[in-house]
Design a protein around this ligand. Structure first.
Ligand code: AHR
Length: 500
C-alpha cells in the first residue's frame, strides 16, 4: 500500500515548543517514593534521589514537570512537606487510599527539578482548600524574603526563591471523583479569585484553569465555556486530560487515538474562542494538555487499596506498555505537535512507575518502557517550526472513529540548520506502507538518518532484563531519488526520518 505527503516550509503551524515535552510527577503509588526518591537505591544521592532516574529523565528530554498531583493535590496540605523531615506528619491520602509520609515536599521537588534540568509546574489545592493556601504556597516559593512564608523557606535552606512560573489552579475539578469536586460556576469563581489574588503577588505568573478531565465527560465543552467565562482575563491556559487504551481487542480504533485527541483540542479551542468572541477580547487562551498517555484504567493495578489498608507507595497504575502502545504515544505526540499553534504545554502522565515511560525496582534497577522511545526521539529531534504535511493515504474503517488514514505524520524544520524531520506512524496491522514524500519545496535534501520502532509481535513489552529489544532501529529503506523521499514503514510502527 502507498501513502504520500508533501513537505513545504510554507505550511508552518507554529514554533516547536519545549513545553510540549513535559511530564508529571504525582504523589501516587511508586512515582515519588521508590520512583524519583529512594534512599535505599545504590544510585541515591545525598537527598535520596535516584541518579539513574535523573539520568533517564534527562535522556527522555523532559522539559516541564507538573507536581504534586493529580487527584492527590485536591486533598494536599503543602505545609506538611516542608521543614525537618523527621517532624513531618503522616497523612491519609484519600485520592489513592494510601498513607503519605511527606518525605518529599516542595523544597525537595525543587532540588530534584534542578538536578533533572526540568521546569516545575506547580499545582495548588482547590479541592479541600482555597485562595489563602494558594497564596501561602506562592509566597513560600516565589517571594525573596522578609515575610513569614518566604523567611520560613530560607530557614529551610532555600535562600533563593524557587521562582515557579507555571501554576495549575486545582486538578480535574469537573470530576465527581475529585475531592472538593465543583460545578463549573463554583470552580470558575474560585479559580478566578485565586488567580486574581496570586497575580497580586506575582503578576507574571502563567496560570492554568482546569478544563475537562476527558472529552467524554457530560459537561465537556460547557465546562470550558463557563470556567473561561469567569477566568478569561486572569488565566493563560485551560487544561485538557486524555487517556487511551485498547478495548475489547479493537487495535484499529486504539491506533487511531490521535483522531480523538485532534477533536479534543479543536473542541476546546472552539470553546475558548467562543468566550473570546463573547468578551470581545484580543487575548487568546491556549491549551495545557497536562495529562495524556495510554492508561489501561480498568485493569486491577489501577484500583486503589481499600478498607483499613492505607499503604505507603503501593504498586498502583503500573501499566506495562507494548509496541502498539508506543505507536499510539507516537501518534499522540504527532497530534500535539500539529496543534502547536494552540497547545502551548503538555505533560505525559506520568514520569516514573505510574503509567510511566521509566520504571524502577525498589532499591534496584531502572529501565525504559516501549513508550520511552517515541517521546525521547520527538523531544530530541523536533526543532524549529512545526510543518503541516498533506497526507494522502488509504483509509481503514474503525469502530470508534469511522474511516481513518493508515498514515499519520507531522514534520518539523529548523530554519537555522535546515534539518527537517518527519515523524510518522503506520496504523496498518499487517502491511508495510510505501511512503512517498514530495520534496519539491526543499530541494537538495538528503537522508541524515531514519529509524523505525516496530515488532512482528506488537504485544512485545520491555522488562528490567530487556528494555532494548524494541528500541528504534535504522530503517535502511529511506532514500531520496529525483527530489522524492521514499521509505517503507513497517506495520504498527513509529518512524522518524531526518533530512538535511
Ligand atoms: O494520572 C493519574 C490520574 O489521572 C491523576 O491523578 C488524575 O488527575 C487523572 O484522573
Amino acid at each position: 500500500i502507498h501513502a504520500s505527503l508533501i513537505l513545504d516550509p510554507a505550511y508552518r503551524v507554529g514554533p516547536v515548543r519545549r513545553r510540549t515535552f513535559g511530564s508529571f510527577v504525582e504523589h501516587l503509588g511508586r512515582c515519588v517514593y521508590s520512583g524519583i526518591h529512594d534512599p535505599a537505591s545504590s544510585t541515591a544521592d545525598a537527598d535520596g534521589f535516584r541518579e539513574d532516574v535523573i539520568a533517564l529523565t534527562r535522556e527522555l528530554g523532559v522539559s516541564t514537570v507538573r507536581y504534586p498531583g493529580g487527584n492527590f493535590v485536591s486533598g494536599y496540605r503543602w505545609e506538611d512537606g516542608i521543614g525537618p523531615v523527621e517532624s513531618r506528619p503522616r497523612r491519609l491520602d484519600l485520592a489513592w487510599h494510601s498513607t503519605e509520609p511527606n518525605l518529599v515536599g516542595v523544597d525537595e521537588f525543587m532540588r530534584w527539578s534542578a538536578k533533572a534540568g526540568t521546569e516545575p509546574m506547580m499545582a495548588v489545592n482547590l479541592g479541600t482548600r482555597g485562595v489563602q493556601e494558594a497564596l501561602d504556597l506562592l509566597e513560600y516559593c516565589n517571594v525573596e524574603g522578609g515575610t513569614y512564608w518566604s523567611d520560613l523557606r530560607r530557614s529551610h535552606g532555600a535562600e533563593l526563591p524557587h521562582n515557579i512560573r507555571m501554576w495549575c489552579l486545582g486538578n480535574e475539578m469537573d470530576g465527581p471523583w475529585q475531592l472538593g469536586h465543583k460545578t463549573a460556576d463554583e470552580y470558575g469563581r474560585l479559580a478566578e479569585e485565586t488567580a486574581r489574588a496570586m497575580r497580586m503577588i506575582d503578576p507574571d505568573l502563567e496560570l492554568v484553569a482546569c478544563g475537562s478531565s476527558a472529552s467524554s465527560m457530560p459537561t465537556f465543552g460547557e465546562w470550558e465555556r463557563t470556567v473561561l467565562g469567569h477566568t478569561y482575563e486572569q488565566v493563560d491556559y485551560v487544561s485538557a486530560h486524555a487517556y487511551y487504551f485498547e478495548e475489547d481487542g479493537d487495535l484499529g480504533s486504539f491506533l487511531a487515538s490521535a483522531v480523538d485527541m485532534d477533536h479534543f483540542v479543536e473542541a476546546v479551542v472552539a470553546a475558548a474562542d467562543l468566550v473570546r468572541a463573547q468578551k470581545k477580547a484580543t487575548k487568546r487562551i491556549h491549551l495545557s494538555f497536562d495529562e495524556w498517555n495510554v492508561w489501561y484504567q480498568h485493569r486491577a493495578e489501577s484500583r486503589p487499596p481499600s478498607g483499613t489498608d492505607w499503604p505507603v507507595a503501593p504498586v498502583l497504575l503500573e501499566d506495562r506498555y507494548n509496541v502498539a502502545d508506543a505507536v499510539v504515544v507516537g501518534g499522540l505526540l504527532i497530534s500535539l505537535l500539529r496543534h502547536t499553534d494552540r497547545v502551548h504545554s503538555a505533560s505525559l502522565a506520568q514520569l516514573v512507575n505510574v503509567i510511566a515511560p521509566i520504571m524502577t525496582e525498589p532499591g534496584g534497577r531502572s529501565w525504559r518502557q516501549t513508550t520511552f522511545h517515541p517521546f525521547a526521539q520527538a523531544a530530541a529531534l523536533a526543532r524549529g517550526e512545526v510543518l503541516r504535511v498533506e497526507v494522502q493515504a488509504p483509509l481503514y474503517e474503525t469502530a470508534r472513529y469511522g474511516e481513518v488514514p493508515l498514515l499519520d505524520a507531522v514534520a518539523t524544520r529548523d530554519p537555522e540548520t535546515g534539518e527537517t524531520v518527519i515523524f510518522a506512524i503506520n496504523r496498518s496491522l499487517t502491511e508495510p506502507l510505501a511512503l512517498d514524500v514530495d520534496l519539491r519545496a526543499l530541494p537538495g535534501l538528503r537522508v541524515l538518518g531514519a529509524t523505525s520502532l516496530s515488532n512482528p509481535d506488537h504485544t512485545w513489552s520491555a522488562t528490567a532484563d530487556d528494555d532494548s529489544s524494541v528500541a528504534p532501529v535504522a530503517n535502511a529503506t529511506a532514500a531520496v531519488t529525483d527530489g522524492r523521499l521514499g521509505a517503507s514503514l513497517p506495520p504498527v510502527s513509529w518512524n522518524v526520518i531526518r533530512l538535511g
